[in-house]
Ligand binder design. Sequence first.
Ligand SMILES: Nc1ncnc2c1ncn2[C@@H]1O[C@H](COP(=O)(O)OP(=O)(O)OP(=O)(O)O)[C@@H](O)[C@H]1O
Ligand SMILES: [Mg+2]
Length: 150
Amino acid sequence: MPELLFEVENVFYSYLGKFPALSGVSLSIAAGEKISIIGANGSGKSTLLQILDGLIFPDQGAVKFLGTELKEKVLNQEEFSRDFRKKIGLVFQNPDVQLFCPTVKEDIVFGPLQLGAGKDEIRRRLEEICEILDIGKCCSWMSPPPGLTL
Ligand SMILES: Nc1ncnc2c1ncn2[C@@H]1O[C@H](COP(=O)(O)OP(=O)(O)OP(=O)(O)O)[C@@H](O)[C@H]1O
Ligand SMILES: [Mg+2]
């Protein structure tokens, strides 16, 4: 039986405590499984994804990741948070929210910086991504991003 990555148990969530977005949602996601969440506009898909990503927390019910309940206190633990953020990524619906740095270079290095990667590793990843996307000329290290001297 494949390992359960996520277990969502009877989750309720309301914005500002008064605009219901999720009412009694339960599901589980096993390792290697691909699932689609389908629903009308405003039915709560993005809200559920934000809960799975530990950005917001259920009013009622529970969400477990590899058996550990995702709560603010748990995500504030550096070791758990770093491991969780390495394994779980969320692409936001609105690209204006996803890409927020003034330059492409800063956007590329933002993730590794937040994950605590070393300077050499950040530089390696930046060069790798620039090569894959063939944007090396735009992302030259001749001008490092402000506040980031590698
Ligand atoms: N920040 C917010 N404040 C108040 N209500 C919100 C907020 N974000 C979402 N909602 C409401 O919560 C409900 C669920 O919204 P959600 O964005 O999760 O739906 P969705 O299924 O992702 O919609 P879409 O298909 O348009 O992306 C909707 O009624 C929406 O208006
Ligand atoms: Mg949405």
